[in-house]
Design a protein around this ligand. Structure first.
Ligand code: C2O
Ligand code: CU
Length: 475
């Protein structure tokens, strides 16, 4: 029996064999229409009706970009300017945020900070150039705890100038849905105070590319590049490729020194991505699996089906590495210091915090649906962590004084962790989202090289909606 435990209650994983789409292949990259020579995508979020949990279940109203979950893949070349026109087909406002791209601040899609929300029926044109190659994603940044949970997300791939010589690419966009016993999207629990004050909206049904346990075809002797993204609202997940050799190539879009993954496992907090090299050396005609193992019980996520005839005897063993992106290296010894003390939540012991200009008791805050504080204040986009001079290294220390881990996401920059609990650490990878364990203190360093107002928040979207949101300004 496959089970998973959201929080403390154990719920059965739905056994529906259905799928949102017919095959494990994601929709082909939406053909970029060239306007004035610039690749152009039209994205329109809107409602669709789907049998989320399989053909034996009823239809749920989901929200999708261009009627597809995940949305169309946006695929561009490194350094190539492109445009995305967002046309809002929802009955509420929205925006488009390209997660992990070091883009111009005005294109970051954060309502109330970089643009006003795009009303129903309106459009917004994003003009973007991605300086870094890698695996990124897009999603709304307006009421994202509901909009992302209803299906609004898609992959954004920026190709290296020289493509990696692999035989196949496998895209794994994973999501964790909360469905009712009837197999419908659980909409009653949107805004749940329990989710907000605890670990966020954990689901009970896993999809990969919008499908339940999809099948991927491959051949013995192939080398596959796997691009993974955790789009879940709140669940940190760990994926295992039993019986396979897997090499880590990149995290959050940024190349790392290739490293074989111990136990062939990769952990992804909400918002995080990984690029992997998968050596396909299973027997011809066999079927292997990808498991999600974060709960301690292996849950089947996808099948890897080997064809009867191999491509080669064995996958090549030559080393492959991705070229580094042009990131400015922060000074580990000297930086503009920002301290961010995170408090609150269930079992957190926070008594009071400032909210809407006033000190309020935890009780009053809970009544307002607010649970978490940044530096003693219920964090919102208006919460400022100050101003940083353009080009200056920032040392941002996040103190997690809560009983939960938080997936902290920095907009417009990638950072390295330079200290854990006051001890310096060396050679940590670039990231745009980092899981800060409960009770721990992490110092992140980055060069504030991009002018504008940048959001910093927990990517557990219910936490972001109830106090874990702030910004700083680079001038
Ligand atoms: Cu992927 Cu501010 O978010
Ligand atoms: Cu959080």
């Amino acid at each position: 029996m496959i089970q998973r435990s959201p929080g403390t209650t154990r719920r059965r994983f739905l056994t529906g064999a259905g799928a949102l789409a017919a095959s494990a292949a994601l929709p082909a990259p939406l053909r970029a229409a060239a306007r004035a020579g610039i690749p152009h995508w039209d994205l329109s979020p809107g409602p669709i009706s789907r049998q989320l949990a399989g053909p034996e279940y009823g239809e749920s109203t989901l929200w999708a970009y261009n009627a597809s979950i995940p949305g169309p893949i946006i695929r561009v070349d490194q350094g190539q300017p492109f445009r995305v026109r967002l046309t809002n087909g929802l009955s509420q406002a929205t925006t488009l945020h390209c997660h992990g791209l070091r883009l111009r601040n005005a294109m970051d899609g954060v309502p109330g900070l970089t643009q006003s929300p795009t009303a129903p029926g309106e459009t917004f044109d994003y003009e973007i150039t991605a300086p870094d190659a890698g695996t990124f994603w897009y999603h709304p940044h307006y009421q994202s705890s509901e909009q992302v949970a209803r299906g609004l997300y898609g992959l954004l791939i920026v190709d290296e100038r020289d493509p990696l010589p692999v035989d196949r690419e496998i895209l794994l966009v994973v999501d964790d849905w909360r469905v009712t016993p009837q197999g419908l999207l659980d909409t009653d629990s949107f805004g749940s105070l329990g989710d907000r004050s605890h670990g966020g909206r954990f689901g009970n049904m896993l999809t990969v590319n919008g499908e339940i346990r999809p099948r991927f075809q491959l051949r013995r002797g192939e080398r596959a590049r796997v691009r993974m993204c955790n789009t879940a609202n709140a669940r940190p997940m760990t994926f295992a490729f039993p019986g396979h050799d897997v090499t880590l190539l990149a995290l959050d879009g940024q190349p790392v020194a290739p490293e074989e993954l111990l136990g062939a496992e990769i952990a992804l907090a909400p918002g995080q991505r990984a690029d992997l090299l998968l050596d396909c050396n299973g027997p011809d005609g066999s079927s292997a699996q990808i498991h999600e193992v974060s709960t301690g019980q292996a849950m089947l996520a996808a099948h890897l089906d080997y064809a009867d005839t191999p491509l080669r005897e064995r996958a090549p063993t030559s080393k492959l590495a991705l070229p580094a992106n042009p990131l400015p290296e922060p000074n580990p010894l000297d930086g503009h210091v920002i301290d961010l003390v995170m408090e609150g939540g269930a079992m957190g012991g926070m008594r009071q915090a400032r909210y809407q200009g006033q000190m309020q008791s935890m009780r009053a805050l809970a009544d307002a649906g607010q649970f978490w504080a940044f530096n003693g204040e219920i964090g919102t986009l208006g919460t400022s962590l100050g101003t940083v001079a353009l080009g200056r290294t920032v040392h941002l220390t996040i103190h997690n004084d809560t009983a939960f881990a938080h997936a902290m996401h920095l907009h417009g920059h990638h950072f390295r962790v330079i200290a854990r609990n006051g001890q310096s650490v060396r050679a940590e990878p670039w990231r745009d989202t980092e899981l800060v364990p409960r009770g721990e203190r992490l110092t992140l360093a980055f060069v504030a090289d991009n002018p504008g107002k940048w959001a910093l928040h927990c990517h557990m979207l219910e936490h972001a909606a109830s106090g874990m949101m702030a910004h700083f300004e680079v001038v």
